[in-house]
Design a protein around this ligand. Structure first.
Ligand code: ZN
Ligand code: ZN
Length: 186
């Protein structure tokens, strides 16, 4: 039985300390006991949808994780000797952490805005500001709605691509209240 074999995450010695990070990439704690990550949920197919722990991020309200959604290996925390940065990917399975995926998606959304001929400078600056707040998990629902309308106003393939990305990065509650399907209707 496959289940009897230790996984790479189980074979690799745990880090000395684990980090607790929210799905948007905010660091809550860098010196957690890695034992807290034992039995953590994984979701290799959809890391952004992994079940999070009960501890919420005070900055943005999203759930936090202590382990890689791909393989369950603890997120390495701070060491006494090196300055600590939230890591981008798992050292055991190589998978990007959710905040890295989200960062890539948001970079693409910013590019779509930046390259559209339909926005003047002021509108572009406003949209990029809202996009940054959305990325940080800080946007009000009215701001998110306005941002979606801005993308919709770009039309064509810009809106198609943006709508597909927004389907992934917005929370289920945000998606439910916004009409992103129209993009695929034509
Ligand atoms: Zn957060
Ligand atoms: Zn991993």
């Amino acid at each position: 039985m496959l289940g009897a074999l230790p996984t790479p995450a189980q074979r690799t010695p745990p880090p000395r300390r684990a980090a607790r990070v929210c799905m948007n990439g905010h660091l809550l704690a860098a010196e957690e006991d890695p034992g807290l990550a034992r039995g953590a949920a994984t979701n290799r197919a959809d890391p952004l949808a992994v079940r999070t722990t009960d501890v919420r991020c005070p900055a943005c309200g999203t759930g936090t994780i202590l382990a890689c959604p791909g393989c369950g290996y603890p997120i390495p925390g701070a060491t006494p000797t090196l300055a600590f940065d939230v890591p981008h990917f798992c050292i055991v399975c190589g998978e990007y952490y959710p905040w890295t995926f989200r960062g890539e998606f948001y970079a693409t959304l910013a590019e779509i805005l930046d390259e559209s001929p339909r926005l003047d400078r002021a509108a572009l600056r406003a949209a990029l500001g809202t996009l940054e707040r959305q990325r940080e998990g800080l946007a009000e629902s009215s701001e998110t709605r306005g941002l979606v309308e801005t993308f919709r106003s770009l039309g064509g393939s810009d809106w198609d691509l943006a709508a597909q990305i927004l389907q992934v990065v917005l929370t289920p509650e945000q998606r439910a209240s916004l009409d992103l399907r129209a993009a695929f209707a034509h």
